[in-house]
Design a protein around this ligand. Structure first.
Ligand SMILES: [Fe+2]
Length: 342
């Protein structure tokens, strides 16, 4: 793993910048803050900037961990019961700003109109009633490993998680494509567009608000939900590998795949790949102040089950999606400056 620990001196040096920005911008969703993030990020410690750039440009590992950011549990207050309840002033705004600035060194952050009410910064926390549902807000059931948004052509290059609380040390799991024995797999078959990938549950209309409160956005979002419905009804076949055949990238979410009409060769190649991924899955335990940037081309990730508490002390993460090719989604965004994909 590519890892850097912030020192007490780093935290002291960062505090004035984070405090000032948290005083200027009331919410991380402020488009002006997001637009300025790449420039503001130039003020981060040069050691951190070099570390992030090495991860971005040389791909030394599928996971980049920045740990040691100051998080004060008393300032945070209780873990919300639902991500929808975090709309008011965030108690973690300085940490969210730091997270955003680091992310801005890897690419552009973006959100989905069809996920968590079109927010850019997501909350990952256990929700009552979701315990056994295949969604990041489940708990008693493990979250199956997957490529983030594997079904969508505009999926991010990175999915990033910042830990605020994890009292029972629930394990995030990650498999790095670099650990797989590609010579033992049928890479040729896996590079073919023969694999049926469906949208995941986080993009279903029942998991987001009825209305955005803006008729134009509602119309655009209805179009997105219709497209997702059509991809569920008539799933698109995609390759599960792409890039260099000797060191390939991956895009798969087996829980949301339909195997019905695959050829025997595709099915065997897919099962062998999944078996190898299972064998090479590693635990990454996130602690408060840890930020994991997961390379969404090189890694699949999931989470082991844990017992939710529902007493305000539950596991609580923030999540960002990051792309290195924001213009690749231009047809899905109403304006060049928009960072929400419709
Ligand atoms: Fe995920």
């Amino acid at each position: 793993m590519h890892q850097l620990t912030l020192t007490a001196k780093d935290n002291t040096a960062l505090a004035p910048l984070l405090t000032e920005l948290a005083g200027t911008f009331a919410t991380i969703e402020n488009p002006e803050l997001i637009r300025r993030a790449p420039v503001l990020a130039c003020s981060l410690p040069s050691r951190l900037l070099e570390f992030l750039e090495e991860f971005r440009s040389t791909e030394p590992s599928a996971v980049c961990l920045v740990s040691g950011l100051d998080v004060d549990d008393r300032t945070l207050g209780p873990t919300p019961e639902h991500w929808r309840n975090t709309e008011a002033a965030s108690t973690a705004l300085p940490q969210e700003i730091f997270f955003l600035l680091c992310a801005a060194r890897l690419g552009d952050v973006f959100g989905w109109s069809t996920q968590q009410d079109g927010r850019i910064m997501h909350d990952v926390l256990p929700i009552k009633g979701h315990e056994h549902y295949e969604l990041g807000s489940n708990s008693l059931q493990h979250l199956s490993w997957h490529t983030e948004d594997a079904f969508h052509p505009c999926r991010g290059d990175y999915v990033a998680l910042m830990c605020l609380k994890n009292p029972d040390l629930a394990e995030t799991v990650v498999c790095d494509a670099g650990d797989l024995d590609w010579d033992a797999l049928d890479v040729t078959a896996l590079l073919e567009a023969e694999f049926t990938q469906m949208p995941d549950n986080s993009h279903l209309p029942q998991n987001t608000a009825q209305s955005t409160g803006n008729p134009v956005q509602d119309r655009l979002r209805a179009r997105s939900f219709a497209l997702i419905r059509s991809w569920n009804e008539n799933p698109v076949k995609r390759p599960v590998l792409f890039g260099d055949r000797h060191d390939p990238y991956m895009a798969l979410d087996p829980y949301h795949m339909k195997h019905d009409d695959w050829t025997k060769r595709s099915l065997n190649a897919f099962r062998d790949l999944c078996d190898q991924i299972e064998k090479n899955m590693r635990d990454v335990i996130l602690r408060p102040g840890d930020i994991a940037f997961i390379d969404n081309f090189r890694a699949v990730h999931g989470r082991k089950s844990f017992r939710p508490r529902y007493d305000g002390s539950d596991r609580w993460l923030k999540r960002l999606n990051i792309t290195r090719n924001i213009r690749g989604s231009r047809a899905w965004r109403p304006a060049a400056a928009d960072r929400i994909i419709y």
